[in-house]
Design a protein around this ligand. Structure first.
Ligand SMILES: [Zn+2]
Length: 119
């Protein structure tokens, strides 16, 4: 498969930068909900403590997921600055541009990714 051309890299760099700032924003917004069980007295009766804990748990797992994705985005940006972006970490093949457009932080080609998911 052909390597990415510079126009494609530029487009993906912009995607990654945007993704990075979007994810940071999401993390900031999710932090309060994820770190504390809401003990707002005005809500007692309408929302049980159990519900509050469940909501906190959900917010926390969303937060962890977002943090993980941000890590991959940062990693991809690092690779980009070292001209190593767009190659599969396992087989060294070029990752398809169409795949990177959907998932610019992808570290694996489609083949390796689906193999990993089967394990
Ligand atoms: Zn691969």
């Amino acid at each position: 498969m052909d390597n990415l051309n510079s126009g494609q890299i530029t487009a993906l760099a912009a995607d990654l930068e945007k993704l990075s700032s979007d994810l940071r924003e999401q993390i900031e917004l999710a932090k309060p909900a994820a770190s504390t069980v809401v003990l707002d007295q005005s809500k007692v009766g309408r929302i049980s403590r159990m519900d509050a804990m469940q909501q906190q748990h959900m917010a926390d797992s969303t937060l962890q997921h977002t943090k993980k994705r941000l890590k991959l985005v940062s990693k991809a940006l690092n690779k980009m600055s070292e001209d190593e972006y767009g190659f599969c970490e396992l087989c060294d093949e070029t990752i398809a541009f169409a795949r990177l457009q959907v998932n610019p932080e992808a570290q694996l080609c489609l083949k390796c990714q689906s193999q990993q998911e089967q394990q």
